[in-house]
Ligand binder design. Sequence first.
Ligand code: HEM
Length: 305
Amino acid sequence: MADTNGQSGNQSGNGAAGKSALTALVAGSKEVKTRALQEMETYKNPEKTDLWKSVLRVKHDETPRSRALGVLSNVFLHLHPAKINRDAVSYSYTWGMGGISFYIYIVLVFTGALLMFYYHPSKVIAFRDILYLEHDVPFGKLLRNMHRWAAHLMVITVELHMFRVFLTGSYKKPREFNWAVGVILLVLTLLLSFTGYLLPDDQLGFWAVTVGTNMARATPMLGHDGPFGSQFGMTPFNDVRFALLGGSIVDSNALLRAYIWHCVAIPIIASTFMVVHFWRIRKDGGISGPAPMMMESEIKPLRKV
Ligand code: HEM
């Protein structure tokens, strides 16, 4: 009897526990449903989502103050920011590396344009042009070395700039989008360096590009040696390496392609992204930094009314 009673007691206990678990489950699923519906609502208004706010700026509302703000915060209507945070622009905070990277880029564009007057992107002649620059063109050696050293320096300063942004946590909201733009700029800086490498048509560049483009052979799906490459019909004559070199070996087509990427395509893309990068700094509220401080001497006495 006792056993049976115990069992039935257990059963009713189990039943109650089961019921309360069921009620909790139903309540939980209702909550999930409500949250899912709320989430769906935000998709009906995409401008309210964090992603939207991080990529595109939200409009100011229609008040006189915010209309004035609209002008002051517009990069085209007001090129310089209306006010800046002294502590955020100090070199001890920014290291000045973003600005220095940009100035080096200007030096590179300028010296690069002058180098183009003396350089032909064609096999044999290219290397002769380099020798001519080094030994005969007035200030040619200086010009070439300014371009070369500035290129090395820019890779270093861009990386230091990225390191500073990381250390100060400036990649966080609302600057996620500008961080992503920065990553693209880093890749473009490296690509500029890499494509420039082949242009002197010397042994160093030839082998660097041979190794670099051979790596492209192993690209998944797009390289003939890469995973699933053969399944996708890739051969040495139609894969991504072939597209980069304009052939299956590093030869005159590769030199021409490197030249066009280096002197035309990548500079145009990089300059466009730099404009977006600088515009975003303004739109994200200026350079990040500690909360603005005012010295006692700067505080104006209150006007009597
Ligand atoms: C061509 C390369 C680049 C140039 C010319 C450039 C230029 C600049 C400049 C002038 C600033 C203003 C503040 C400062 O100077 O530190 C800045 C800020 C910023 N940059 Fe870059 N940048 C480049 C690459 C990058 C990279 C690789 C990243 C990160 C992946 C990045 C992320 C950012 C972010 C998030 C800010 C805002 C920082 C803050 O508000 O404190 N940038 N950039």
